[in-house]
Design a protein around this ligand. Sequence first.
Ligand code: AMP
Length: 188
Amino acid sequence: MDVILLGPPGAGKGVQATMLIDALGLTHVSTGELLRRHRDEGTDLGHKAARYMATGRLVPDALVIEMILEVLADAPGGLLLDGFPRTLAQAHALDEAWAEHRRRLLGVVLLEVSDDVIVERLSGRGREDDDLATVRKRLDVYRESTQPLIGYYDERGLLHPVDGAQPPAAVHAAVCASLGVAPAASRV
Ligand code: AMP
């Protein structure tokens, strides 16, 4: 069973991903991390993706979809998808791939945080694409391209909204409660 982690940049997806893979034994797949690795290693995909990433825009669907399909094709267990899908086209490609590989979606966790919290968190993170202009661009892109996914998964009864402004452990507890699984700490 796969889980999608959805939310604006700075919502805490990375931190929650780490806690959730512990709790559910999932493999973490972050398209942002994969793309940064491609960029740093100077692969063909990395070259193509770099200018989009540096300016806070989305890497074109075709490139990202091809990359994620390779991951899905030989994924052993459940996946935690962090930062994918980010557009309806990506969500449709994922639905097709899931049908083909007979995988299922446990749920879509939506981390909700206000713009003020996002800008405050991201300006302290120090990543190359975290300067104020790029943060604002990434927020615009989120609103325009990624927010439609909320309705898409809500209509399918898969959406689990969680207040992402709480401390990480409280967010994790809420995420697990919404998915109906035990939190990481209670399994130790
Ligand atoms: P992230 O680490 O998830 O914030 O992603 C960093 C950057 O990688 C984004 O600002 C995009 O430029 C690119 N990226 C990551 N995931 C995707 C995706 N699913 N579709 C398009 N671009 C992506």
